[in-house]
Design a binder for this molecule. Sequence first.
Ligand SMILES: O=C(O)CCC(=O)C(=O)O
Ligand SMILES: [Fe+2]
Length: 251
Amino acid sequence: MRANSRGIPTSTASTSSPAIGGELDNYRGSAVFARVPAYQCLLPGPVPGVFHGGGMPQRLLQVDRIGLSAWADLLTPENCQNLIAIGQSLLRPATVTDEQTGQEVAHGERVSEMAWPKRDDYPILQSLAEGIAQLTGIPIDCQEPLQILHYRPGGEYKPHYDAFAADAPTLRQGGNRQITLILYLNAVEEGGETAFPELGLQVSPIPGGGVFFRNLNEEGQRHPFSLHAGLPVRKGEKWIATQWIRQEAYV
Ligand SMILES: O=C(O)CCC(=O)C(=O)O
Ligand SMILES: [Fe+2]
């Protein structure tokens, strides 16, 4: 890992995939933003509660196709610790949603442990959900339960789409996953970047930071550019919280 002038770690894992880490203060006019005219970018709003607000605005680091935007300072260090502690108390081996049955099933593509805490049980999760709704402009009802994930060394999440196939029965639970937000809760010693192979991008886990991206194209179909992976953790551990947002109210 190296760090830019503000101490934000940037990845050196790959020479072909530029890591996100440099800040685009004037992102609206940037070449990167100009490449995404078809997708409305997720712009920052005033964000309450668990997100840093007021005196310490979130910092937009990069925007790319599929409205991908990487952010620093979405969560305070205390928020991160609280979320990790909730995860620690509830961890079990990670599963994926079976597209046909909608059930959670074990799968070799995910080598990690996960927790699915109930929002009603933890005030921090309610504040987080409200902050995400405000940041995205998408009603809180569309959010699936937050998922907290833990990877040990060697742990990874192989390339996959978060959106479901067009005929998946789980689409009845609120349509497809239109947006993913991955929040990074700790600093990974080595590895653990979120990679977007079709975009040639990797996002380094910056504690308190996160990455938003769209999973669907304008026709509501699975967007090929949304393919992504959690690269293997080479050293240390990795904690994230993933928020999937459906097209309609999640049931
Ligand atoms: O671990 C990562 O960086 C990716 C996680 C992910 O893709 C997911 O939770 O859907
Ligand atoms: Fe994913």
